[in-house]
Write a new protein. Sequence first.
Length: 222
Amino acid sequence: MDDIVTRLKRLDCCAVSDALDKLGIAGRVASGLEQRATTQRIAGRVVTYRLVPASDAPPSQGVPRHLGTTAIEAARPGDVIVVEQRTGIDAGSWGGILTLGAKVRGISGVIVDGPVRDIDEARAYGFPVYCTALTARTARGRVAEIECNGPVSIRGVSVTPGDYVIADASGVAFVSSQDVERVLDAAEGIAAREAAMAKALLAGQPITQVMGADYEHMLRKP
């Protein structure tokens, strides 16, 4: 696991979101993607695939490949698979066999802008799934993979393979590879200050004093 992912895993989504605000980096936080299989926070580098209505996909050449399988084979241990399925079609864009394949490969989790199925299997495997909806409907004949490891849009956030992501119960934040070092520096500073504030509260300091002007101005841009 690279140092960036190790540092990212020590944070939470709110600290990263605050760091993005502090640095004036807009449009990188996605809401509405719920934890469905575990309560585990995930963080890692992004591998993507994008789905379209099956009627819009070109005819497959050679042996057909099931959606998601190319991304799983392309991912490294610790990566996070991110899926765009904004067709409006009620069809699974991730399922139980994909979950097991990803788990075996050491993938950290999946984030889907769209429906997921076989969620009970993901829960049994302890595999983190974040998505907008659940369904029992198969992808077969309904949606198809149009691209693997290309740009995707997740809840209005533009995501590129090789970006970084952190997800927990509060939300999902994406960080571009060119911004990640300075975002981590800012987020770690914010987390350290909030830890000091918690320590002060536990020591009996009044909350009005702890959450005073210094806290309110904490996200001012440098």
